[in-house]
Design a binder for this molecule. Sequence first.
Ligand code: AMP
Length: 638
Amino acid sequence: MATTAAEFIQQSLDDPETFWAEQARRIDWHKPFDRVCDTSNPPFVQWFPGGLTNLCHNAVDRHAATHPDRAALVWVSTEVDQELTWTTSQLLQEVMTMAAALQELGVRQGDRVLLYMPMIPEATFAMLACARLGAIHSVVFGGFASTSLAARIDDARPAVIVSADAGSRGGKVIAYKPLLDEAIALASHEPAHVLMVDRGLAPAAVVEGRDVAWSTLRARHAHASVPCAWVDATHTSYTLYTSGTTGKPKGVQRDTGGYAVALAASIPTIFDGHPGETWFCTSDIGWVVGHSYIVYGPLIAGMTTLMVEGLPIQGFGGQPDGGIWWRLVEKYKVSVMFSSPTAIRVLKKQDPALLKRHDLSSLRGLFLAGEPLDAPTAEWIRDGIGKPVIDNYWQTESGWPILTLLNGVEPAKTRLGSPGKAVFGYRALLLDEHTGEELTGANQKGVLALGYPLPPGCMQTVWGDDERFVQTYWHSIPGRQVYSTFDWAVRDEDGYFFILGRTDDVINCAGHRLGTREIEESISGHPAIAEVAVVGVADALKGQVAMAFAVPRDAARVATPELARALEAEVMKRVDETLGAVARPARVRFVSGLPKTRSGKLLRRTIQAICEGRDPGDLTTLDDPAALAHIRGAADAA
Ligand code: AMP
């Protein structure tokens, strides 16, 4: 038995079969697996093939059998002023009811169910109900608008879409149904049914024969008993879209058994979370953090998960309350909390006394992920709440942390600015971008890559496109078949990694990943725009924000500052309407040309350097130096 974190990690690399067979005992298997790991077809890997299990059984049923009265889900909404709790047995019934409703709408094992939902408990019921039936859920973040949604509908080809009339943010109702109807009209694939949760927040048009009310089916199936479908460990549990370097989002495809084992292993070792305790993750179910650490992870581990709809600075009754999260920690005796650096930077604008006003004695640690955690933010919150603050680095693709500390195995010291070391199961490498050579020296900058095979829980492939999976992730570094994270990193002499930003055209805004190409495609769809470049620029609050440099078709459209402002507003509106406000650039600046290489490749990194006041580096490939001057002028004006 390993006693130190280093031994634990070493064992996972030296003898993965034994290590993961041991971890697999953390979940229930209906039938044991034939093998721990099938590596006969690299870069693909199958974890626990032949084993039959079910995510919902492990998250709900097994705990309902042993602890029927233990709280499983607490939902708090400061948007609609509600606080509700479901015990494991009540959650089981809700999930079975939802599963019966989906079955009535024709959902069968392997079918896709797309969820376009706000942070309401029905979203959790629907995810678990899909897992129960062996249906594949695909949650689309509620902040995305119709064009983004339509692209995902066409890729996932769902049998059913589950949605709601509206979400609410800061008291402002955001109607979902019109966006959904528009997306379905734009998409070539048409779902057979839309299951609608009516929150009574916004009127929603009903398409006869297609749209069905959750309240009707819920009443009909209130006492339904729907057994779990025992699926192979390699059965796809869900797809989740994420941005890449092309305009087309990638459906990250995840298995069942490997994911359950990875999450079950991560909760005690990384997060030091234990059955019967309360877990509070402030993310959204539309992101991978929400999948792994609002829904599946804590529930599989027998913890109570606290799901919150509301802003971090908003209390009940529409009152501002910068201490709402700490109030909830006290009330629900949260022991593990998971949030993002951006959320903490929002809190930083509040009175620090709010951090001391509540009894946080139940809380053991605050975990932050999704974007680089700057030292001042880490120190501010650590000192403010007097608890360890632990950075963890991962991606939609990995499904669980890649770099962090294993405090549950052995208490470890955090190093400011570093998420920590490679987690068990991950063969982390730093490679030279051009030669593929491994960089073993301290503080050498390289691309963070992961050796084959990826551990359980990581993506199986890109949904419907194995070739894209292989080409995108496994062929980007010359001469090596390794998985690229597309992040730059260095490692210090003690093995602590420091992430230095993306190697590709993906930006990270408030912990949300956005593809600059997607935003560019949306903006170039505006009839007045000839060409556009979107780059991520450092921002004190959100980490990065998108900034657009657009070339108008007709210079007269931006002849005066008023005209330019009007066109900027139009462009932003277009992004809101097609991709969603989440992708809206912070600024749109108009220029007469964009810097490109002689072969026509847009020099995004050069533009980004100029915007951030850095040296743009080697400009020998630049075609027209005047274009650079335009960007400089526009960036200065911004
Ligand atoms: P996503 O797939 O949306 O979760 O985005 C993953 C990307 O976010 C990573 O590839 C990193 O660029 C960034 N990221 C996530 N967590 C961290 C972290 N703890 N520190 C630095 N960057 C992070």
